[in-house]
Design a protein around this ligand. Structure first.
Ligand SMILES: NC(=O)c1ccc[n+]([C@@H]2O[C@H](COP(=O)([O-])OP(=O)(O)OC[C@H]3O[C@@H](n4cnc5c(N)ncnc54)[C@H](O)[C@@H]3O)[C@@H](O)[C@H]2O)c1
Ligand SMILES: [Zn+2]
Ligand SMILES: [Zn+2]
Length: 361
């Protein structure tokens, strides 16, 4: 029997999100229905509502979630009802040119459920990042369910499903941060603080958080920033050079998605260093860089999709570190809210009042 749940839907660009009845089909072959326990509010949900991802409205928002598998379709072997899972948006295909080269962590052809969830009148919904988890339940491809230790709190675990994983992976996987490295992170939201936590886990000794909000900088310190810079008060490039013997950092991570901040990251990097872009730009943005410096500074300019993570490897590993007290996922949770409070959570995010608001069910 198809289920009907209340879920958060964005119907038109810029309009407040609303709670709507959503019809979830029974899981077909290769699919699973997951009962959602918690789902974080990520800036990407707001990008969808602002029309910044694509214009395939209406969107069923929410994609940073943990829950319990309720029912699986034919042929599903990787999970079974009762499993505690984090939902991922990288269910690897195993067959695309990237997977075949042994790089499933950047799979080019990830799986989502093949059936569509709909509004009560039959209108098909676009599920955010192929998930849609601001609701009691959702339909995903079974490969989007990653089993982790059920001792973890769902509120904390769900955060690994997107932003915090993207940040940790931007530092550890894409940026290749290692012991003794210096790192600067531009934008200390959920993603940026994930990058700071990842840099600390990887053994970086200088970790510089840059933001325009002093409250965010205080929180960044709690995740491991050894220095902070408010880029409204001082030139971050100059300040970063001053903190690194005039050289710049080994790895500069942009976690906002703004061209002028990317330029700062580019200039704040040491020779042969790495710039990582994990913030998502808007479609109409362009970037200008002095071409001679792109060559002359050497190193690498990299973009990080989902922290280049492989969910089956990274989620259980990070949950183990969390349970051992070595990764403070709870610290990312500013508040828990109800499913009707997502619009207000967007405003709190814009005002800089929260790192993560997490909807609990
Ligand atoms: N690459 C990926 O796979 C991936 C995954 C998840 C999120 N994201 C993207 O990462 C970005 C950050 O997401 P988030 O959830 O952390 O957002 P957030 O709103 O919580 O954090 C953004 C931070 O940037 C700061 N900021 C804004 N303008 C600034 C400026 N000019 N200089 C310095 N700091 C500035 C804000 O004060 C805030 O602390 C978004 O673009 C989001 O879409 C990317
Ligand atoms: Zn693939
Ligand atoms: Zn996200």
């Amino acid at each position: 029997m198809p289920r009907t749940v209340q879920g958060v839907v964005s119907k038109a660009v810029g309009e407040p999100v609303t709670l709507e009845e959503i019809v979830i089909p029974d899981p077909g072959p290769g699919e699973a229905v997951v009962r959602i326990q918690a789902c974080g509010v990520c800036h990407t949900d707001l990008h969808y509502r602002e029309g910044g991802i694509n214009d395939e409205f209406p969107f069923f928002l929410g994609h940073e979630a943990a829950g319990v598998v309720e029912e699986v379709g034919a042929g599903v072997t990787e999970v079974e009802p009762g499993d505690f899972v984090i939902l991922n948006w990288r269910a690897v295909c195993g067959q695309c040119r990237s997977c075949l080269r042994g790089r499933p962590n950047i799979c080019f052809s990830t799986h989502n459920a093949s059936q569509k969830m709909t509004l009560a009148d039959g209108t098909e919904l676009s599920a955010a990042l192929g998930i849609g988890a601001f609701a009691d339940a959702t339909l995903v491809a079974a490969g989007q369910c990653t089993k982790v230790d059920p001792a973890a709190s769902p509120v904390a675990a769900g955060l690994l499903g997107c932003g915090v994983m993207a940040g940790i992976g931007a530092a550890m996987n894409t940026g290749g941060v290692g012991p003794g490295d210096s790192v600067a992170v531009f934008g200390c939201g959920g993603v940026g603080d994930g990058a700071i936590a990842g840099a600390k886990l990887a053994g970086a000794t200088t970790i510089i958080g840059v933001d325009i909000d002093d409250r965010k900088l205080e929180w960044a310190t709690e995740f491991g920033a050894t220095h902070t810079i408010n880029s409204n008060d001082e030139d971050p490039v100059h300040a970063i050079k001053a903190l690194t013997g005039g050289n710049g950092v080994d790895v500069a991570i942009e976690a906002i998605g703004l061209p002028h901040v990317y330029q700062q990251a580019f200039k704040a990097r040491d020779l042969a260093g790495t710039v990582v872009l994990v913030g998502v730009p808007a479609p109409d943005m362009t970037l200008e860089l002095p071409f001679i410096e792109v060559f002359g500074r050497g190193g690498a300019l990299k973009s990080s999709w989902y922290g280049d993570c492989l969910p089956s490897k990274d989620f259980p590993m990070l949950i183990d570190l969390y349970l051992q007290g070595r990764l403070d996922l709870d610290r990312f949770v500013s508040e828990t809210i109800g499913v009707g409070d997502v619009e207000e959570a967007f405003h709190k995010m814009e005002r800089g009042e929260v790192l993560r608001s997490v909807v609990v069910f």
